[in-house]
Design a protein around this ligand. Structure first.
Ligand SMILES: *[C@@H]1O[C@H](CO)[C@@H](O)[C@H](O)[C@H]1NC(C)=O
Ligand SMILES: *[C@@H]1O[C@H](CO)[C@@H](O)[C@H](O)[C@H]1NC(C)=O
Ligand SMILES: *[C@@H]1O[C@H](CO)[C@@H](O)[C@H](O)[C@H]1NC(C)=O
Ligand SMILES: *[C@@H]1O[C@H](CO)[C@@H](O)[C@H](O)[C@H]1NC(C)=O
Length: 545
């Protein structure tokens, strides 16, 4: 059963239809990009303070964000996380703030935020109780939404603890029903609250369920937490590994992001004592490169000047806030480097190179791999140093362990065309589509046989490896094959929000234990959820760019 058989779900097809009707009530998410045209930036207390939040923390943080320049560069949200409320609802059923923690009250704090140039956001849960054991909103959704709006709040992070499936529904279906209810309530309000959905994070250990949930979040809200909470200040464990774990989930969901909806890999944690300066900067650079929410969870008054400086990097913030809202996708991956790329609204191309290894290492990234023309010379700006250089043929770079470089590449006249190029991979196994005598899914090694050019749009994509650009991926007699482009075989493909890469002859590209096969398309089945280079248009989402 496909999800599209569910009647009250806004399918891509319906969505495309809806957009043609001018008399709609106010909508949100990808249905109406205006609610959140670029990813949110600001502060949340959770990863740094967990339940130890209070009014003073928020007012001191706000003052510091003003005086240290963070507000000026765009960090304009103050978001309360769990534990702000009392254990009981009021007699009329409404939520109440803990007045020891918030002596002036949350409406006062919202006013304070506004007076200083910020928006106030809040946290609730779609279940019977929040993760911290405070009243959940289940059965009180409309009342709680109205309470938040009355208090002057315009952003809701809705968590998913203590959700119990009802009416014989699966867990994944139960979350869909609850978040859909919230979507209808919030998007029907006179001033819709921005809706941050935590639902996918509850399914990231099961690829099938995770994909099912990810498939609807772009239609219900403006951002969604796709993976676990980033490590908190007080928790045991490696903060770098925690950041990398969320980053890996992030690289698997590129196709969902578009203006109005942003994949959320969770907070920036720049004062975590377990991170080196290179790791903190890489965290920021990768999040900004991917157009992710930039929500700082740190004690901002005590951040070092160096930390404030990198968090305020205007070139990287401009990339994060770029109106095209493309998420950078993997160009290549090997045991030393991840290379990511995307386009920007003015026609520039971004490349982000992360040394994931334990040692200093060097690499070369060719212009072809970035989807550019090797016969042209490009101007590149290093977004950390501001240094401008000319690139011919390739970027050659040496990076320390866990350091990241980001270049903004500007084409000269006559060289403005870009072809989405990079990894085609099974988002479940992580294996890379590899050209060779036979086409296979193999471990990623950053070779030209694993870098694919994806040309065309919509249902007419053609896919060629850089190692043999005159050959196209086809469904041949014996399955997936490479033949000379234009030789009559079925060489056109469609890419969908489900991650299916479907051949016009029928059948989906399938990673079958490393063999590249053509299989019957089955929604949300591991092995058929394929990641493509950034900038490939989905055939089934009719939203405005
Ligand atoms: C508010 O919270 C901060 C951070 O947990 C804490 O250091 C401070 O003592 C608290 N202040 C009050 C007045 O409770
Ligand atoms: C408010 O928070 C304080 C500090 O965490 C706690 O001791 C107190 O019990 C809370 N009050 C209510 C009414 O929940
Ligand atoms: C959750 O809350 C609902 C509504 O109050 C109640 O009917 C249900 O029994 C609760 N479920 C659990 C497991 O506590
Ligand atoms: C994932 O969840 C589905 C139910 O949605 C279940 O059929 C499947 O067995 C689960 N997979 C694993 C690996 O647990």
């Amino acid at each position: 059963m496909g999800l599209s058989s569910v009647t009250n779900w806004a399918t891509p097809a319906r969505l495309a239809g809806l957009l043609m009707l001018p008399m709609l009530p106010v909508q949100a998410s990808v249905e109406d990009v205006k609610l959140l045209p670029t990813p949110p930036m600001g502060f949340n207390n959770w990863a740094r303070f967990e339940c130890d939040l209070n009014e003073t923390l928020f007012t001191d943080t706000a003052k510091s964000m003003v005086s240290r320049g963070l507000l000026d560069v765009g960090y304009n949200r103050l978001n309360l996380d769990d534990c702000w409320m009392t254990h009981d609802r009021a007699a009329d059923g409404s939520l109440q703030w803990n007045s020891t923690l918030f002596p002036n009250g949350i409406p006062w704090l919202a006013k304070f935020a506004k007076q200083h140039g910020f928006h106030l956001g809040i946290y609730e849960d779609s279940g019977n109780a929040t993760c911290g054991g405070y009243p959940g909103s289940y059965g009180h959704e409309k009342q709680d939404a109205e309470t938040f709006a009355d208090w002057g709040i315009d952003y809701l992070k809705l968590d998913g603890c203590n959700v119990f499936a009802e009416d014989g529904r699966s867990d994944a279906e139960e979350y869909r029903v609850r978040y859909h209810k919230w979507h209808n309530i919030l998007s029907g309000m006179e001033d819709p609250l921005i809706f941050s959905e935590s639902a996918p994070a509850y399914f990231c250990t099961n690829d099938t369920d995770w994909a099912k949930v990810m498939d609807w979040v772009p239609y219900y809200g403006e951002l969604a937490r796709h993976s676990d909470d980033v490590i908190t200040f007080y928790a045991e464990g490696s903060p770098w590994e925690s950041i990398m774990a969320n980053y890996h989930f992030h690289t698997r969901v590129v196709r969902y992001q578009m203006p109005g909806y942003y994949n959320d890999p969770d907070f920036l944690i720049p004062d975590h004592p377990g991170l080196s300066m290179d790791e903190k900067k890489s965290h920021f650079a990768i999040w900004a490169s991917s157009g992710a929410p930039l929500i700082i969870s740190a004690y901002i008054p005590d951040l070092s000047d160096d930390e404030i400086e990198f968090l305020s990097n205007k070139d990287l913030i401009a990339v994060d806030q770029d109106p095209l809202a493309e998420q950078a996708a993997l160009v290549s991956r090997d045991s030393h480097f991840d290379v990511l790329s995307r386009s920007l609204a003015n026609g520039d191309r971004l490349v982000t190179i992360l040394n994931t290894g334990k040692n200093t290492a060097s690499t070369k990234v060719s212009l072809e791999k970035l989807g550019l023309d090797s016969t042209c010379q490009y101007r590149a700006r290093d977004l950390w140093t501001g240094a401008v250089s000319t690139i011919k043929k390739s970027i050659d770079i040496t990076l320390d362990s866990h350091a990241t470089s980001v270049y903004r590449i500007t084409p000269p006249r006559g060289c403005t065309s870009v072809t989405p190029t990079g990894m085609v991979f099974d988002t479940s196994s992580g294996r890379c589509l590899t050209a060779g005598k036979t086409v296979s899914f193999a471990s990623c090694q950053a070779s030209d046989s694993q870098a694919w050019r994806v040309s065309g749009t919509g249902s007419k994509l053609t896919i060629s490896p850089l190692s043999d650009v005159k050959k196209c991926l086809v469904v041949g007699k014996s399955g997936i094959d490479l033949v000379s482009c234009g030789s009559g075989s079925s060489a056109t493909w469609t890419y969908s929000i489900t991650g299916h890469l479907q051949n016009t002859k029928g059948g989906c590209l399938t990673d079958s234990a490393g063999a590249a096969k053509v299989g019957t398309c089955n929604q949300d089945i591991a092995g058929q959820i394929i990641g493509l280079p950034s900038g490939v248009r989905l055939a089934d989402v009719g939203v405005q760019q």
